[in-house]
Design a protein around this ligand. Structure first.
Ligand SMILES: C[S@@+](CC[C@H](N)C(=O)[O-])C[C@H]1O[C@@H](n2cnc3c(N)ncnc32)[C@H](O)[C@@H]1O
Length: 390
């Protein structure tokens, strides 16, 4: 039974996911405000945020400030219940963070100012595996993102988008790592297993969340993370180095369960759709899974994208003399016209599109926090072709 002085596990889990993802504090106040009275429960919330989530001092300062401002502005509820007051711990931590951040700013004051177009990197943390996957819990995936910049120099790949989070969520929902399945909680219609794919390729990989989730959980022999933007690829290389301890630990854990699986080779490269070719003589073999998330946002990029998928699909299908690769595309429905264009072009290029999962706000996930304002609806399509006709 939940005591009056305990935060519900499900609420604490959503709060933790949102804060680790560096969601704007004002946007997630509705998650926090039910836990500001009585004082004991507020203290429990503040201690959890401070001690368990490994957040930067800059972000914590903005979280504490948002809570204090909310409390200051709130009046006594009509139902006779207590008006929240900031607890001592909250006030102390806010003062501590402000001092630490002011000292840091003073130290950095002589450093070059960022250009108007450049964003500020924020270390964002994402769930890396379903909690039941391994006996030992693995750390989160860490990605340096520019959370407040939607497009830097015209490039949208420096933050993780909701369709990418949805595809990562779908992979985590679908993966069954243990051969005995005793710990599996797969709720997806698709069941994926480590080692099932030899070579995964991701198109428009951006920050790499989807690629890292696929590497850690599906353990292909090789994964090629591609993007058209050289700056995105340079950032992706740094992200892979940053996550090296996690990648090594997850490979060791998977090998305990599946000893024959080698540690995945991760390759990054620029690949401009319908222009650049893949390595057609790849020693590992051609891709057997194509992943792509939030790459249908602009009508002008959909045709090259489909042409690129079609090129890889036909190459694999011709070489293998049978079926083509699996293809999963995660699309945010920002405009009905854009999505209709995607579907039309799929059909014109001989693909059948099947919806394997759709996400509609409010989205409650065990693995990620979904910001409702960022995405009205996300659809994950599987593209297939009737290869008997070829
Ligand atoms: C909206 S971001 C999505 C990034 C990531 N998949 C996600 O979901 O967070 C789109 C990505 O596609 C890349 N991109 C756009 N047009 C491209 C093209 N024609 N060829 C290759 N990459 C492209 C961009 O550089 C960017 O990284």
């Amino acid at each position: 039974m939940i005591s009056q002085y305990e935060i519900q596990d499900s609420a604490l889990s959503q709060i933790s996911l949102a804060l680790r993802q560096h969601e704007p504090p004002t946007g997630i106040l509705p998650l926090l405000t039910p836990w500001l009275t009585p004082t004991q429960i507020q203290e429990q919330l503040i201690s959890h945020i401070n001690d368990k989530l490994n957040l930067s001092a800059g972000y914590k300062e903005s979280v504490w400030r948002s809570i204090i401002r909310y409390i200051d502005a709130s009046s006594a509820p009509n139902d006779g219940s207590e008006k929240p007051e900031p607890c001592e711990l909250l006030v102390e931590l806010y003062a501590e963070c402000m001092c630490a951040n002011m000292m840091k700013m003073a130290q950095n004051s002589r450093a070059a100012l960022p250009t108007a177009d450049a964003g500020v990197d924020t270390l964002v943390q994402y769930t890396s595996t379903p909690s039941s996957t391994f006996d030992s819990g693995l750390p989160p995936i860490q990605v340096n993102e520019q959370r407040n910049v939607f497009a830097q120099g015209g490039c949208t790949g420096h933050r993780t988008w909701e369709a990418g989070i949805a595809l990562a969520d779908f992979l985590l929902e679908s993966v069954e790592v243990r051969a005995d399945s005793s710990c599996s909680k797969s709720s997806s219609t698709m069941i994926l297993r480590p080692g099932q794919f030899r070579h995964i390729i991701e198109l428009g990989a951006g920050t790499g969340l989807v690629g890292l989730v696929a590497t850690i959980n599906l353990q292909p022999k090789k994964i090629t993370l591609t993007d058209g933007d050289a700056g995105v690829i340079a950032a992706l290389d740094k992200t892979i180095i940053l996550n090296e301890p996690l990648l090594a630990a997850s490979a060791r854990e998977i090998q305990k369960l599946h000893p024959s699986l080698p540690r995945p080779e991760i390759v990054t490269r620029t690949l401009w759709w319908n222009q650049d070719k893949i390595d057609e003589n790849d020693a590992t073999g051609l891709p057997d899974l194509i992943l792509a998330a939030d790459v249908t946002y602009d009508p002008t990029i959909i045709e090259p994208l489909i042409k690129c998928i079609d090129y890889v699909f036909n190459l694999v299908q011709t070489r293998a003399g049978g079926s083509g690769p699996h293809v999963l595309v995660s699309a945010t429905e920002r405009s009905v016209i854009t999505l209709a264009r995607f579907k039309t072009l799929c059909v014109e290029n001989g693909f059948t599109y099947n919806v394997v999962r759709s996400y509609q706000a409010p989205i409650l996930s065990n693995f990620f926090y979904f910001n409702a304002s960022m995405s009205p609806k996300i659809i994950i399509f599987e593209l297939t072709k009737d290869t008997t006709q070829v």
